[in-house]
Ligand binder design. Sequence first.
Ligand code: F3S
Length: 400
Amino acid sequence: MLDGEYGEGYEIAMSVLVKLGDIYGADRMLKVENVHIDGAAYGWINDSGLELIGKLASSGARFRVPATLNPSSIDFDMWQELKIPSHVARKQLRLAKALKRMGGTPTWTCAPYQYGADLRFGQKVAWGESNAVGFANTVVGARTERLGDLADVCAAVAGEYPNFGLYLDENRRGQVLFEPDRLDVDAFDSTDYGVLGFFVGSIAKARVPVVSGMPEKATTDQLKSFCAAAAVGGSVALCHLCGITPWAKTVAEAFRGSKPEEKIIIEAGELDQARQKLSTANEEPPEVICIGCPHCSVQELVKVARLIKGRRVEDSVRFLVFTSRAAKTLASEMGAVETIESSGGRVIADTCWNFIPSKAETLMTDSVKMAWTSLGKFTNVALGSIEKCVDVAAGTMPRG
Ligand code: F3S
């Protein structure tokens, strides 16, 4: 592939991967079973990324393994209504065409592990998007390094990735032990799981955390929230949740014979402090309330619909719910999308809240990832459960 035998596109992709492997000291290339492409939004990869992907596609390069796509810069059905600039939409449409021409599965979601991707324990994959990488490693027990934008596209073209980082056993061993025994984790909702993940990430930073004694009944949505928040609290791409992570049923299994560098007994007060960091103190009412970072599952859409049914979103509030096209389609069949929208909310698919033009200064969200990454963009940010977000949207609860 590297010597151009298969054509220019394959040669470019492989030369990028070989260079990456050299930088990180990989001993060989690894065959991967599938790829999740983070660099699927024009808004992230800009003109240079679009040019590269266009060149790969027109040179005849095709994905050698299944490749799911992260959110795009537009909702393909309603970008005009959302006032996405037409030059952005045009370029996103070109990018989508090129990615699909190469064989990309148009999932347009940051939760591909819920809809579209084929993941299983022990599988070697090559994924971008920090929450998805965390979920694949932590919850499913697949193996992936954190791929950067465009390296993921090259991996899909080559069907290979250099063998370094989290593909190696020695880098998957636990390093920091967190004991949540003093917390009532059984009573946690998805946002609480996010706060816990954020706290763990902020202490572990780039080390591999181990959390002892996690409830096996934790839902996929709660674990999604945990992994997304751990990735922004630190740069956690793998966390051993004992009782959940398949090859870390016990603390001993997670540490694989080594000793924890640090041991943290988590107190409820520390989670309260973490939660405070995720909201501004100001009590200004939110102009926009967003749910779905990472993208909502069908169950979450149904939950929002159940909570909002028979109520009305306040005129002063924009209530936006983000999800994948697949989840929106299923939830539409169940009547959930119509319930949310007839109450004044909007269910947006294929894209990420980052790409929705807004002049709002005040935000409320159920998502720890969104709250943390919004602090510099909005003057006021409030974090609350889905229930609380809906109550505030419907004007039946003060924001605080
Ligand atoms: Fe997904 Fe955008 Fe959040 S890609 S995880 S909705 S920041």
